[in-house]
Each structure stands twice: as C-alpha cells, then as structure tokens.
Design a protein around this ligand. Structure first.
Ligand code: COA
Length: 383
C-alpha cells in the first residue's frame, strides 16, 4: 500500500548527524577534540572561570560585568533553600532508590511550589532559571544525607556554589583545593551541545511546558547508562578489573563478549574528549596532594590498551572516564556522580530552553511505518 505520509528524508537511527536546532550555545569539533561554550574554549573556562560565571555566560550569551555577576551570584545564593514540604516529600521516597530518581521526583514536584509561571515573561523565566540552578545542589545533598538518617544541612550563604554543595553534603567546609576542583568539574559538565538530555529539554520546552518539567525530563534522560550513568559504571569496572595485570585479560573477555567499555566512545568525539584530558589533570592534582588510588593506575593502563585496540575506530576516553576518580577522591558517594552531572548541566539545559523559546516550534518528527497493513478485527473466539 502506498503511504502518502512517508517522509522524504531517510531514517537515521539515533538521529546521528541530523540537526535538531540552530544554536549559539555550544560548539564541538569532534575530529580535533575541541569544545567551546559560546565561543570560549573549555580549557580557558576551566582554568579561569567559576561555575556561577560560566552559567551566567551560557544563559546570557556573554561574560558578565562585575555588577551583573554579583547580582546573579547573589540571586543564586538567595534561592538555595528548599520548602520544608519538599523535604517532607523526599523523606517519603524509598531510601534504596537511586538519587537520580529522587532528583527527578523532587524537580518535578518543585514546579508545584512555583506554579503558573508565565514563560513568555523574561523576569519569570529568569526566576525559574535561578531557582533551578540554585536548588538542585540542595536537593542532591539533602537526599544523600536523609537516606542514611541524617538531617539535611542548610546552605551556607558565604560559600560559593561548589563549596556550598560540598558543605551541605558533609556538614564541613571543604578546603580551597577541593572546592576549586569541584567548581572546575561543574564548569566542565555545564553544557555539551545537542546531547540526549538537552534534546529532551528542548522537546519538553517546545510544548511550552514550564522549566521544572523541562529539567525533570532532562534529568530522566541523563539517568541512563549510555549518557550520564556511565561514570558510575567506570568505577565499578575499574574495581572489577582489580589490578593493572588483569587489564589485558579482562579486556580480552569483555571485547569477546562485545561488551561496551564504559567511559569510552562518543557520538561526536573521534579523539580523546577535551574534558577527559582536563579531568585527568585534576585527578592527578588531587592524587599528588592527598595520595593516589590503585584504580588510577588501572585506568591509565586501560586507556593505553584501548587506544591500541580501538583507537583506530575513534574510540577514546570520554568525560565519564576520569570524572568518577576525581569525585571519589573528593569523598563523594558513587551514586551521586550522575546527580552532580545534572547539577552542572542544568545551566546548559536552561540555556537551550531559553534559546528554544526565542524561536519555538513544537517538535513533531515523522516516522517510517513498518507495521501491519490494514486488517480486520477478529472476535476473540475466532483468532
Ligand atoms: N567500548 C567498545 N566499543 C565501543 C564503545 C565502547 N565504549 N563505544 C563504541 N564502540 C564501538 C561499537 O561497538 C561500534 O563498533 P562496530 O562499528 O564495530 O559495531 C562503534 O564503536 C560505534 O559505536 P556506536 O555504539 O554505534 O556509537 P554511538 O555513537 O551510537 O554511541 C556511545 C556512543 C557513547 C553511546 C557509546 O560509545 C557507548 O555506549 N559508550 C559507553 C558508555 C559511555 O561511556 N557513555 C557516556 C558517553 S559521554
């Protein structure tokens, strides 16, 4: 049967290479391993910027003047606290649940406390944006404490976004090295062009749903092991390998069973991810100061063997390969790695949301129907 609705454009699984938007937010050169946020190189931002400044720049398109940064930072501090009812709601969630599910539930519920935002009004959009960036760390830290029976810790207004998260998690102010390295991790994860969770954010935003629904849907997409969840898998894998000597036999087995190696491969990068290079340096900085871990030697060996075997196919370490080692050294529990990714990426998601709204058209792609031809319904006793 002829299908009049059959699309003229061929089906591309995973929409690989198909543009889903025109965007000014982020650019990647995957062949050369280059990443820019609004034209600024990731290496320079990681070295010189802060998460607050990078977020402002992502949301607004340019680096802030001092007074603009002061105002934005002040607003972020001001909105850190959670309604007690949101804390009560989180207390009712099963402690054994994954923190990403708790985060998705809490962000979805957050929208109920700030309903009826007029997303066409720029001030209301700003308020919703600041609240989300500001409150995600409070939710993540509160959940991490409450699930083990500890009280949540109120934010400390004197601390930066990064330092305050570590403080709320541990009830102890981090030293300046820990705080700065964590700040750099947040910068590195803040944005990455049209990845799956950003696409989710844009799709949800295109229906004119509010920013809380936008971020809740993006958190759900980020939770999968092919996206944000890979950094947890990397540490499990390194522990499973156990020793440097076991890297080659372990990899032989894994490759024979066609297992995908977590922390390797990327749809865009065909060389080592520039963020992985920076994260490796941050890990080395931490290990030099506070002592190394045997898992790092295993990781380095695995990277070199993987390069020999699959480097030719363009499979190299991605952002998740070294981030887990950094977070582990900062004393962060493994299952918080992906929620921390969300705490950073929320700035990118919201930048895309704002851009989507500037020139919105609801996403409604087509499909290629491969199902049954029209047929008659048969009664139950005649099938
Ligand atoms: N380990 C081993 N082989 C891998 C690999 C990995 N991590 N990633 C990709 N490959 C291989 C595939 O088996 C495939 O080989 P083939 O052509 O011989 O069949 C080829 O490389 C292309 O992979 P494909 O899965 O089609 O790439 P993709 O662009 O669809 O997927 C990822 C990209 C990130 C989903 C994929 O690399 C992956 O699953 N990586 C592990 C999970 C991870 O680290 N995710 C975090 C991403 S930031």
């Amino acid at each position: 049967m002829e299908n009049n609705t059959e699309p003229k454009i061929p089906y591309v699984p995973g929409l690989a290479g198909v543009p889903a938007a025109e965007s000014k937010v982020c650019d990647i050169d995957g062949q050369r391993g280059i990443l820019f946020y609004r034209g600024y190189a990731i290496e320079e931002l990681a070295e010189k910027s802060t998460f607050e400044e990078t977020s402002y720049m992502l949301l607004n398109g340019q680096l802030p003047q001092k007074n603009q940064l002061d105002q934005f930072s002040h607003d972020l501090v001001h909105h850190r606290r959670l309604k007690y009812k949101l804390i009560d709601l989180m207390k009712t969630l099963p402690e054994s649940g994954h923190p990403m599910d708790a985060l998705m539930a809490a962000v979805g519920a957050l929208g109920m406390f700030y309903p009826h935002i007029n997303i066409m009004n720029s001030e209301e959009r700003y308020g919703a944006t600041v609240r989300l960036i500001s409150k995600l760390p409070t939710i993540v830290a509160a959940w991490a404490r409450m699930r083990r029976g500890d009280r949540d810790v109120l934010p400390n207004d004197k601390l930066s976004h990064a330092a305050n998260f570590l403080y709320m998690l541990n009830e102890q102010e981090p030293d300046s090295t820990h705080a700065r390295i964590f700040d750099q991790c947040l910068i590195l994860h803040a944005e990455h062009q049209m990845n799956a969770s950003t696409f989710s954010a844009r799709v949800t935003g295109s229906s004119l749903a509010d920013s809380y629904a936008v971020v809740a849907s993006a958190v759900g997409t980020l939770s999968g092991p092919l996206h944000g969840g890979a950094n947890e898998d990397v540490l499990d894998m390194l522990a499973e390998i156990g020793t440097v000597e076991n890297v080659v036999p372990w990899l032989d087995k894994a490759m024979a069973s066609k297992r995908k190696i977590p922390g390797f491969g990327h749809r865009e990068y065909k060389v080592k991810d520039p963020r992985a290079k920076i994260l490796q340096r941050l890990a080395e900085q931490l290990f030099a100061r506070y002592g190394s871990t045997p898992l790092y030697d295993i990781a380095v060996k695995l990277e070199s063997v993987m390069e020999e075997r699959v480097g030719g196919k363009g499979i190299y370490p991605n952002v998740d390969f070294y981030s887990g080692l950094v977070y582990q050294k900062l004393g962060i529990p493994t299952d918080l790695f992906t929620p921390i990714f969300a705490m950073a990426r929320v700035s990118g998601w919201l930048s895309h949301w704002l851009e989507q709204l500037e020139n919105n058209r609801i996403f409604r792609p087509n499909q290629i129907y491969v199902g049954s031809a029209p047929r008659n319904y048969a009664a139950l006793d005649r099938r």
